[in-house]
Ligand binder design. Structure first.
Ligand code: UD1
Length: 433
């Protein structure tokens, strides 16, 4: 007889997989959803609002649902107003700590620290988790908080930051242009006394989004998008409701561009082409035809792929979040490519899965040497993280025969209706329980 516990465990361990039949040409138009890495931060930023924030073009993905839970556990009211619109209300009763269980599921939970620290002077957070793509410490975030005058203690798996005597503006030079640290420090400085300058700041488009959002709330920030951000502390923010539309997801757009390059002729619409420039120039180098329009790009595969070296760098360099996907494509190129990862330490865990599909790749330290000149063949594979999952989908499209991908839960963290969008383009892909 099966007892209830066993049944629950069995239920929890039901494994969903994606099955892809390779070789189908993708054709048509696909619309890009709102940016995961922007919406999560705007949601955290709404902790600083004194009234209601409407966030439009929010993708319905698992990370957004997790952030909804994190914010609710902090005392915010948040709900879906319609399919892609979030309504967030701060009724003034914020807690200083969020649900441990949710925080451990997603590293972006750490982005509530800066807003809480500046707004209520204290935050206690379980060390956040997230995709395993290398060591991801929060030292730069915490050093920034300390420079602003906060006391930071790390013990028993928690981070406790307190601003006993208030926060004071200062100059902070980041050792690395970390996206999360730039965002958290920018937020913490908003209600600090005096001016804060962040040097060697991250320049990602998502940071500009946050600057715009915070300034609508009454903050005084400028310079986002450059390596120097200046935050003039204000004593309080305004009480206005805001209505904000999230930018398109450049990583989702890039994933579809690479999928189209893997075989097809696809218009990727509702995106900002400037945000995917590094990828456009790399695809052209590989021999893909890319036509840029005002708010879309058309990507046409010629069926032949030249090898190319890829160096991953912070924005505007080639994004780390597209590194696994381009590696999958280069596996079938006509020569050797070297992919060098300069942002995350160990983001090549998916390589063994590509090798299982026939790719010839050797990883040496921060580089993957892709021999090319191989044909991929469908196989059962496992997605170890979100973008690795996307790379395996692309490999599955390129491969001969059936590929089954385990680890669908990772893809759901960051891609809205991925199968539906791919099926709409003519891919043969379905979910298996
Ligand atoms: C964000 C993105 C992620 C993207 C990454 C780089 C979100 C939710 N996630 O992650 O998709 O891949 O930017 O573009 O927006 N580091 C430290 N100490 C710190 C902080 C970071 O050493 O305190 C290191 C990290 O270990 C990593 C590198 O800096 O090697 C880059 O990390 P960071 O830019 O902070 O990425 P995230 O904000 O975590």
């Amino acid at each position: 007889m099966i007892d209830t516990d066993t049944m629950v465990q069995a239920g929890a361990s039901v494994v969903e997989r994606l099955e892809i039949v390779g070789g189908r040409k993708l054709r048509g138009v696909v619309n890009v959803s709102g940016a995961k890495n922007a919406v999560l931060k705007l949601m955290a930023a709404s902790l600083l609002s004194n009234s209601q924030c409407i966030i439009r073009n929010a993708p319905k993905i698992r990370d957004v649902e997790t952030m909804i839970g994190v914010l609710r556990s902090l005392g915010m009211e948040i709900s879906w107003a319609d399919e892609n619109t979030l309504r967030i209300t701060n009724n003034g009763d914020l807690k200083d700590t969020a649900s441990d269980e949710l925080v451990r599921q997603m590293r972006a939970s750490a982005q509530v620290m800066g807003p809480l620290l500046t707004k209520i002077g204290r935050v206690k957070l379980f060390q956040p988790g997230g995709c395993v793509i290398g060591q991801r410490p929060l030292d730069l975030h915490l050093k920034g908080f300390q420079a602003l005058g906060a006391e930071v203690i790390e013990e028993h798996g928690y981070i406790l930051a307190q601003a006993r005597g208030g926060l004071k503006g200062t100059e902070i030079l980041l050792d690395f242009p970390s996206v999360g640290a730039t965002e958290n420090i920018m937020a913490a400085a908003i209600l600090a006394e005096g001016v804060t300058i962040i040097r060697n700041a991250a320049k990602e488009p998502e940071i500009i989004e946050e600057q715009n959002f915070y300034n609508r709330l009454g903050a005084r920030i400028r310079g986002a998008g450059t390596d120097t951000i200046r935050i003039e502390g204000v004593s309080q923010l305004n009480n206005r409701d805001i209505d904000y539309t999230v930018i398109p997801d450049r990583i989702e757009a890039g994933t579809f561009m690479i999928a189209a390059a893997a075989g097809g002729d696809v218009e990727i619409a509702a995106l900002i082409p400037e945000h995917v420039e590094a990828l456009i120039s790399k695809l052209k180098e590989i021999g893909i035809e890319v036509e840029t329009k005002e708010e879309s790009v058309r990507v046409r595969s010629t069926g032949r792929y030249r090898s190319a070296d890829v160096t991953v760098l912070p924005y505007p360099g080639f994004p780390t979040d597209l590194q696994p996907q381009i590696t999958a494509l280069l596996a079938v190129a006509d020569g050797t490519s070297i992919i060098t990862e300069n942002v995350f330490g160990s983001r090549f865990r998916y390589v063994d899965e590509l090798i299982r599909m026939g790719a010839a790749i050797r990883v040496e330290s921060r580089s993957a040497i892709v021999k090319g000149n191989t044909k991929l063949s469908g196989a059962p594979v496992y997605a170890p993280d979100l973008r690795a999952g996307a790379a395996l989908v692309i490999a599955g499209l390129l491969a001969e025969g059936k590929t089954t991908i385990e680890g669908v839960q990772y893809l759901e963290r960051g891609y809205e209706r991925l199968e539906e969008k791919l099926v709409g383009l003519g891919a043969e892909i379905k979910r298996l329980d």
